[in-house]
Design a binder for this molecule. Structure first.
Ligand SMILES: [Ca+2]
Ligand SMILES: [Ca+2]
Length: 473
């Protein structure tokens, strides 16, 4: 595109020159062209180029993991929304969430996002959900969109609803669907091989200190139109993250609002896994790892020192290509061990981390990935910037999308994705010769965003990293 514009510019000037030679009376026009035509043309030209670079907002991580901005949601949606991703049709539904960070009001809004070949999303507003809703679990199956439980800001719901999905991805009217076995919000949910499973969750709207029957341990499966309790979690919990990989379920983080029959408050940093069979039966839970503390003190003098503990509850987990990934958390972290009236503090981070999944399902050491928080801090927390306080997201092949959320300026409608396939420079979810070509041209220009081994230089090691990690197709 740039070369085309340069060519046009060259052509334009050439044409002007010819006109100058042929028509004598235009002798003095050269200066006029410079002043009144050429200069404004160049101003327009550079403005045009600049506007292109503005659209491509990217937060580069020097390790090769980058967040890229896409079309924002038409409305600001805060944490505690639900996403339902339909990979066959490349559609995502975003349901509910905070519509304001002032009064913590739930939203009825439902959006359809159509994922485009260039990884952008086109958003359409759909029919409102029957209630304001936060902390629900939604999924799509065979032409229907389902949402189970949640809360409406006043009470916790067992009510569930389903809507038929039309050929164009829009939905029909919401109809009542099988209620949950009890009111639940911030429960874990899983739709796996046509089975629906619900994990834990919280029964009460908040977690007052005199409540001792709040976080849940039960795991239910929907068999026909009945919920069957099939197993239980290692401990009662809510606001945890769930991911599935190669026949194993991972549960990470979460919150405890009761322990040993007593009211308490703490966040969990453990990761457990178990097997899941094709008919939705679970094995025994194995404790495998615990989340690292994510504390960022970035000491570059251009960047504020900024600490963040982050990622314990209200976060998102996804498994891809042999790794378990953990993405930013929402809301508050609880400091210290589980106890009554444990204090909370606001936490907010963009740090993400991953651990390699061993063949027996256990996890290797955690590695922090992506750009540092301070890069975002430099944005002065504008509302149209990426949130550091999120709840959900979804994984489309190697691309993980984060939608809306909150940063310190408030609730945002900004949306971003990160490509987990490091070295896939054109984001087509494949490492091919096209990526080597990109790396080679980056090598010639020494663009540090394409370096793969965190040494801040594009060098032979990066070519070696691609060769070592991936088979070139
Ligand atoms: Ca590629
Ligand atoms: Ca390098």
């Amino acid at each position: 595109m740039i070369y085309f514009l340069l060519y046009l510019t060259y052509d334009f000037l050439n044409f002007s020159k010819i006109m100058y030679n042929v028509k004598f009376f235009l002798k003095n026009l050269k200066n006029k062209i410079k002043k009144f035509i050429v200069t404004p043309f160049f101003i327009f030209f550079f403005y045009f180029l600049f506007s292109f670079s503005c659209k491509a907002e990217v937060y580069w991580g020097k390790d090769g993991f980058n967040w890229k901005k896409i079309n924002p949601l038409p409305e600001r949606i805060g944490p505690y929304y639900a996403t339902a991703f339909d990979p066959q049709n490349k559609r995502v539904y975003v349901i509910g969430g905070y519509s304001s960070n002032v009064n913590h009001v739930g939203s009825k809004s439902v959006y359809l996002g159509k994922i485009q070949p260039d990884n952008n999303i086109i958003w359409t507003k759909l029919k409102d959900y029957p209630k304001n809703v936060l902390g629900t679990f939604c999924f799509t199956n065979e032409g229907k969109l389902y949402c189970l439980g949640g809360d409406d800001g006043k009470s916790v719901l067992s009510e569930s609803y389903a809507a038929t999905i039309n050929a164009d991805g829009t939905i029909g009217d919401w109809q009542s669907y099988t209620s949950l076995p009890c009111p639940l919000h911030f429960h874990g949910g899983l739709f796996y091989k046509n089975k629906v499973l619900i994990f834990g969750g919280r029964k009460k709207l908040y977690y007052p200190d005199d409540v001792n029957d709040n976080s849940r341990r039960e795991i239910y499966r929907l068999d026909g139109t009945n919920w069957t309790q099939i197993s239980q979690l290692p401990i009662a919990m809510d606001a945890m993250a769930i991911a599935v990989y190669k026949g194993k379920i991972y549960i990470g983080g979460g919150q405890i609002t009761q322990q040993d029959g007593q009211s308490s408050r703490c966040h969990i940093d453990k990761v457990y896994f178990t097997t899941i069979s094709d008919n939705g039966d679970l094995g025994n839970w194995v404790e495998t790892s615990f989340y690292p503390n994510v504390i960022n003190y970035y000491l570059d003098q251009n960047c504020k020192n900024w600490s963040s503990k982050g990622i314990k509850a209200y976060h998102y987990m996804a498994a891809y290509n042999g790794y378990l990934y953990v993405f930013p958390a929402a809301s508050f972290a609880v400091k210290g061990p589980c106890k009554l009236k444990q204090s909370e503090w606001l936490t907010s981070t963009l740090r993400s981390f991953r651990a390699k999944i061993n063949t027996d399902g256990s996890l290797n050491d955690w590695e922090i990935i992506g750009p540092t928080d301070c890069i975002f801090d430099h944005q002065n927390w504008e509302l149209n910037k990426m949130a550091t306080n999120l709840y959900g997201g979804f994984l489309d092949q190697s691309k993980f999308y984060l939608i809306g959320g909150m940063n310190y300026a408030g609730v945002t409608n900004a949306a971003y994705y990160i490509n987990l396939l490091k070295g896939d420079f054109n984001d087509d979810s494949q490492i091919t010769a096209a990526d080597i070509k990109n790396l080679f041209s980056s090598y010639a220009q020494n663009k540090s965003e394409f370096e793969l081994n965190s040494d801040t230089k594009i060098n032979a090691v990066d070519f070696g990293t691609i060769k070592l990690n991936y088979t070139i197709q």
